[in-house]
Design a protein around this ligand. Structure first.
Ligand code: ADP
Length: 190
């Protein structure tokens, strides 16, 4: 099994790129953000707990998203691998993910990091707020919180994966198709 992580700040284009990429390589795309939004829409206890945190631009607890990931790994067997989008987002999640995979005699294949300046992030998210009606996209201070959370809690993972020799960067500027082509060229070269 292949295990790819698509990494980057909010609004970098992870979800946009992940869907066609997963299809191209027969991977199961797992987006923790999408799974959480589904829980919120259902009104489940987990969704209720997550809602307030997400709408403040904060992360939900590690064990919540780790549980979702573990369930997904157990559920999809008919694929060549997984494409993780929005996970891991903290150091603890990254360590626990390595342990989860080690227990299955597996390992992360590669981390694909989408690079984009903070200012572009803000413009894209403002646009997405209108298109997708996402509560966490609509308020400027929430978006700023998410960018701050990214720099504080998620960006340190770059060093973690660099040390494992698994970290690769792609500039997420240009058209969706252009960025997609750059990602496929990278994956094919691995
Ligand atoms: P974006 O990448 O645009 O920030 P996501 O859809 O990936 O959006 O995530 C939306 C929100 O869901 C995050 O701001 C966070 O509150 C929560 N979330 C998603 N993934 C995780 C995770 N791995 N750990 C903790 N919280 C998460």
């Amino acid at each position: 099994m292949k295990y790819y992580i698509i990494f980057g700040p909010p609004g970098a284009g992870k979800g946009t790129q992940a869907a066609p990429l997963a299809e191209h390589y027969n991977l199961k795309h797992i987006s923790t953000g999408e799974l959480l939004r589904a829980e919120i829409a259902e009104g489940s206890p987990l969704g209720l707990q997550a809602k307030a945190l997400i709408e403040n631009g904060q992360l939900v607890p590690d064990e919540v998203v780790e549980g979702m990931i573990a369930r997904a790994f157990g559920k999809y067997r008919d694929v060549d691998g997984f494409l993780l989008d929005g996970f891991p987002r903290t150091y603890t999640q990254a360590i626990d993910l390595d342990e989860m995979l080690e227990a299955r005699d597996e390992a992360i294949t590669a981390v694909i990091s989408l690079m984009i300046p903070d200012e572009t992030v803000k413009q894209r998210i403002a646009h997405r707020a209108i298109l997708e009606n996402r509560q966490d996209d609509a308020r400027e201070e929430v978006v700023q919180n998410r960018i701050d959370t990214y720099h504080r809690q998620t960006e340190p993972l770059i060093e973690f994966y660099k040390q494992q020799g698994k970290y690769h960067e792609v500039e997420s500027l240009g058209t969706i198709e252009e960025v997609g082509a750059k990602i496929r060229a990278l994956v094919d070269s691995l």
